[in-house]
Ligand binder design. Structure first.
Ligand SMILES: [Zn+2]
Length: 163
């Protein structure tokens, strides 16, 4: 790990209430890590009985929809933008269901249960197939031991729980 400002090698130094934090001996400053943030979307119909899963081009299994939050953008802007890009469907409303740090990609994922109209899908370029599933079917075809599976289970627990 190197300093993003001066290129010096970073050391870990103890900081009260934070634990070990990367420290640059040249800048004499703590350098908290930067990482991107993305939204994960469990897309459901108004009755909250079905989930829309996506198979991406070149992938074998199904995932939830997801997209990076652009710099300067709020998560509330990302959700309708990404859903429109990937499916052509409108995001009618959404609620937060949980988060997880995805180590392999160094991303913080924020997960939402997103309600849409159950109408014809216009798949975006990255989507090979989108399929409406019952919760049982979704559990069957989602990639196992994935962050998507973790969020799918949170979404299924949340579905039908009217606010
Ligand atoms: Zn530095």
């Amino acid at each position: 790990m190197y300093c993003r400002d001066c290129g010096e090698k970073l050391a870990l130094r103890f900081l009260e209430n934070e634990g070990l934090v990367p420290y640059c001996p040249k800048c004499e400053k703590f350098k908290f890590p930067f990482f991107p943030v993305a939204v994960s979307m469990a897309v459901t119909n108004r009755a909250e009985e079905k989930i829309l899963l996506a198979k991406h081009t070149g992938d074998d299994d199904f995932k939830l929809f997801a997209g990076y939050i652009k710099k300067g953008e709020s998560a509330e802007k990302t959700i309708p933008r990404e859903l429109k890009e990937e499916t052509g469907l409108p995001a009618v409303k959404w609620r937060y269901i949980g988060s997880r740090f995805h180590d392999a990609k160094n991303i913080l994922m924020l997960a939402f249960l997103v309600t849409t109209e159950e109408s014809a899908i216009t798949p975006g370029e990255e989507i090979a197939e989108a399929r409406w599933c019952t919760p049982a079917e979704a559990r069957e075809i989602i990639r196992k031991n994935s962050t998507a599976e973790y969020f799918l289970n949170l979404a299924i627990a949340e579905m039908g729980r009217k606010k």
